[in-house]
Design a protein around this ligand. Structure first.
Ligand code: 4FV
Length: 253
């Protein structure tokens, strides 16, 4: 997988991507990351990448020419067939684990990180395959959104996560919230680790974890449950959880 991030702050992107799982994946060559500055693709001595909005209004808009030239250069750099040009913006499709899973099958993702009020619409319409959004709020630049895509997609690349399993256990991997996690000490004044986790009975542990995932999803994100078809076993586990919650009378976590 190759990521080409287009940003007016290339060092911000390169630095932030150099840590943890993403940093290791880049080091091991499992993913390539290149960052391009549109300013390097301007032809005037002021290296102009933005201009005032037609129709007036506050702020500035990113010009399409430097972005066009950057994307052409990034495309030239990688002879990839399965490539996508994605603009990060509040007008985009909401980023989800499923969207990231699909994107992880691409060979090259060219991620456009905007600044100012936004980008000339002609660039988005003519050059970008998709627009993606982090969520219904506004940040000051697309870099953080691009870094989230790089991080989340990198985790899905085979060989990046030590144990393939862990990606599968990620929250939202199966559309459910993650189960609670515990480590030493077993006992503490903050409470004890649930006994089932100490018993070594892997089937019972697997059951308990699925039950917790289902229960927490039902309590905290019932909207997610509507999106997935539960198996009969999962339905049984969830009703067990609901019964226990009713007994405990602590429905509102
Ligand atoms: C954003 C989001 C976002 C809008 C104007 C950058 C800012 C500025 N990107 N998901 N939400 N972008 O707020 O992706 O150019």
């Amino acid at each position: 997988m190759r990521f080409d991030v287009v940003s007016l702050f290339p060092e911000m992107v390169m630095n932030a991507a150099g840590y943890g799982v993403t940093g290791k994946a880049i080091e091991n060559g499992l993913v390539d990351l290149a960052v391009w500055n549109p300013r390097d693709f301007t032809h005037d001595r002021h290296k102009t990448v933005d201009d005032r909005p037609y129709g007036g209004g506050p702020g500035m808009v990113m010009k399409y020419q430097p972005l066009l030239d950057v994307v052409d250069a990034a495309k030239l750099h990688a002879h990839s067939v399965r490539r996508r040009v994605i603009c990060l913006s509040p007008q985009g499709k909401l980023i989800s684990q499923q969207l990231l899973q699909e994107a992880s099958t691409s060979e090259q993702l060219i991620l456009i990180a905007g600044r100012y009020e936004g980008i000339d619409e002609r660039f988005i319409a003519e050059v970008c395959d998709e627009e993606w959004s982090l969520g219904d709020y506004v940040i000051s630049g697309g870099e953080l959104a691009a870094l989230i895509v790089v991080d989340a997609v990198t985790r899905l690349i085979p060989g990046v996560l030590g144990d393939e399993e862990s990606a599968k256990q990620d929250s939202h991997y199966d559309g459910l919230l993650d189960c609670p996690h515990y480590t030493r000490p077993e006992q503490s004044d903050l409470g004890n680790v649930p006994g089932v986790l100490m018993g070594g009975n892997h089937a019972a542990i697997k059951h308990w974890r699925m039950k917790q995932s289902l229960g927490r999803t039902w309590l905290r994100r019932p909207d997610l449950l509507e999106k997935i078809q539960l198996t009969a076993e999962q339905q049984a586990l969830l009703s067990e959880f609901k019964t226990e919650v009713d007994k405990l009378g602590c429905g509102n976590e």
